[in-house]
Design a protein around this ligand. Sequence first.
Ligand SMILES: [Zn+2]
Length: 72
Amino acid sequence: MGLTFELTDVQVEQVNKWLEEHPCPVREHVERTRRLPAAGERMRFVFIPTFLGMLAGVECACGARLMLTDDL
Ligand SMILES: [Zn+2]
């Protein structure tokens, strides 16, 4: 197997922006308690195979999902 995936700078920016901006109960909880979880606890990457190839997305701990595209 050995599927690798690298985010472009644009996608990293997209992810960080989305983490801050989507309506997120997890983030609200963090802001209330001031407990900052590591990024790895808060999000994970998901890969969805389609006929166009592999789509990459990121899923927040709250369940929200952002699909990443490189055609911005
Ligand atoms: Zn969230």
